[in-house]
Design a protein around this ligand. Structure first.
Ligand code: SF4
Ligand code: FES
Length: 224
């Protein structure tokens, strides 16, 4: 009797690294990523994925552990970008460094494996001088739309979506610590996200300034 574990094949036997590149490129491009500019590194990681494909039947991540539960392990099939949009936006690369954000010109500093964060992630959003005091602007972190406001005493970040009729709060204007919605004038305290209307407060996020850059802290996706 053949006792070998059946191997599920999504890719034909003999799949090459070039086949994987052709398959992955348009998909990650759509997500805002590209292959690392360090070509030797890319070849190395893809060669590992081919070995895993031959052995396990799918292109599981070479730098992550699998649980053995196929339902959970879909999150470690390459490219796993959709499962970690916030974290990857923060570090500008996937865990392995195989993919980097499209706007990164040189991926040499983003090579190699890092551990998945278990806590919040600090995401650089813009330079201090890019947002004058009294103004507010929109930033996108993963799937989150966030308004970052510059009040007299510092930067504040809150959900960009007004709880009344979903206007982008970052199109509104500041009065001290109050951000006024551009559509019908609901008023949000940028320090707390609170408004006068019942059950309509918005979420806030911690911010900090390091080395002239503003950072917004977001929780890892699974803790949202
Ligand atoms: S961390 Fe990178 S190499 Fe690993 S599965 Fe995700 S996208 Fe692929
Ligand atoms: S949508 Fe913001 S006040 Fe109406």
């Amino acid at each position: 009797m053949n006792t070998e574990k059946p191997v599920r094949r999504r890719f034909a036997p003999g799949t090459t690294a070039d086949d994987l590149k052709e398959f992955m490129e348009p998909f990650v491009d759509h997500l805002g990523y590209k292959f690392n500019t360090e070509h030797d590194f890319v070849e190395e990681v893809l060669a590992s994925e081919i070995e895993i494909l031959e052995r396990e039947g799918d292109i599981y991540c070479p730098c992550r552990m699998r649980t053995g539960d196929p339902k959970e392990d879909v999150a470690v099939i390459c490219p796993c970008i959709p499962f970690h949009t916030d974290e990857f936006a923060a570090i500008k690369k996937c865990w392995c460094g195989l993919f980097i954000l499209k706007d990164v010109e040189d991926g040499a500093d983003l090579l190699g494996v890092i551990d998945e964060p278990t806590g919040p992630v600090d995401v650089p959003v813009f330079k201090v001088e890019d947002l004058p005091s009294g103004q507010v602007r929109h930033v996108k972190i993963g799937k989150r739309d966030i308004a970052v406001a510059h009040a007299a005493d510092g930067f504040y970040a809150l959900s960009d979506v007004c709880r009344h009729a979903f206007a982008p709060l970052s199109d509104g204007f500041m009065e001290g610590h109050v951000l006024v919605c551009p559509w019908h004038g609901w008023r949000y305290d940028v320090r707390t996200g609170s408004t006068d209307h019942p059950d309509s407060d918005v979420r806030t996020y911690p911010t900090k300034v390091v080395g002239g850059e503003v950072f917004v802290t977001v929780p890892p996706r699974r803790q949202t």
